[in-house]
Design a protein around this ligand. Structure first.
Ligand code: ADP
Length: 251
């Protein structure tokens, strides 16, 4: 059985190495686009010195592109950490109501800009054992997508409830929906149904991959229900924190 364990380790190591190599290839491809764009825009600024309006226009686009590049770099770092560790660093008792409120705070400006009505329905005293910062990031990613892939003046709902031994956090939109054939692939890093639309909204293609890894690292999962033209619901399911864990704080 010792030999068997070694063999398993070996295949695991090879798989990790494959994932790492693919990731590096994806990342360099994804970074080249904004970096190339920014340097072209900088050249355009230099060429347009005599035309202050053009300079302002190009400078504004440099600002937008570099913000997106910054977010991309941050998400690449987050995702590579999540891919390496399959456990959580120093998990804590986390209040889901507080996680949802913090995530809603982060997307409020984007929702207001499109006059999207954010509806909240969270049960009280829902707790999971995990990393609050990662959970806020995951919920905020789902909310950001719900806003980005919906028309103005629609509704986005976020709810959290306990179902058996599971905490369910669901984000619902009335947006464009996702074709059935694409619903599995959207959780892969850098996969987008419509690359132009993703880019136009400042997307990086990493949001759902991060959500998937955050859920997995918490011993949970994320699923999608969607119908084209009607909207989508993304549901995170996480194991509820057992009360005895809450009491002694020493799992
Ligand atoms: P992105 O930065 O492109 O939004 P994500 O990983 O968050 O990357 O999502 C991957 C793709 O899944 C998106 O490009 C989009 O095509 C699709 N998608 C995600 N959320 C939604 C949603 N709520 N409604 C419609 N399509 C969505």
């Amino acid at each position: 059985s010792h030999v068997l364990v070694l063999a398993e380790d070996h295949t695991h190591a090879r798989r990790v190495e494959e994932v790492r190599r693919d990731f590096v290839a994806n990342v360099s491809h994804e970074l080249k686009t904004p970096v190339g764009g920014i340097s072209l825009l900088a050249e355009a600024v230099l060429d347009a010195k005599e035309d202050p309006e053009a300079v302002t226009r190009f400078a504004e686009r440099i600002r937008v592109e570099s913000t997106r590049l910054g977010r991309l770099v941050q998400e690449i770092v987050d995702l590579s950490r999540l891919q390496v560790a399959d456990t959580l660093h120093e998990p804590q008792l986390v209040d889901i109501g507080a996680v949802v409120l913090e995530a809603v705070d982060r997307v409020r400006v984007a929702a207001e800009a499109k006059s999207i009505d954010l509806g909240l329905a969270t049960e009280r005293d829902l707790r999971v054992f995990g990393d609050g910062e990662l959970l806020v990031t995951a919920v905020a990613n789902l909310l950001t997508n719900a806003i980005n892939y919906s028309e103005a003046r629609t509704k986005v709902g976020i709810g959290a409830r306990k179902v058996g031994e599971t905490v369910e956090i669901a984000v619902t939109d009335q947006g464009q929906g996702i074709p059935a054939a694409e619903q599995e692939r959207i959780f892969e890093r850098f996969y987008r149904v419509d690359a132009a639309r993703s880019r136009a909204t400042g997307g990086t293609g990493l949001g759902l991959a991060i959500v998937k890894h955050v859920c997995a690292n918490h011993g949970g999962e994320v699923t999608v229900w969607s119908e084209e033209g009607r909207g989508s619901t993304f549901t995170m399911r996480l194991p509820v924190a057992a009360p005895e864990v809450a009491d002694d704080g020493d799992p």
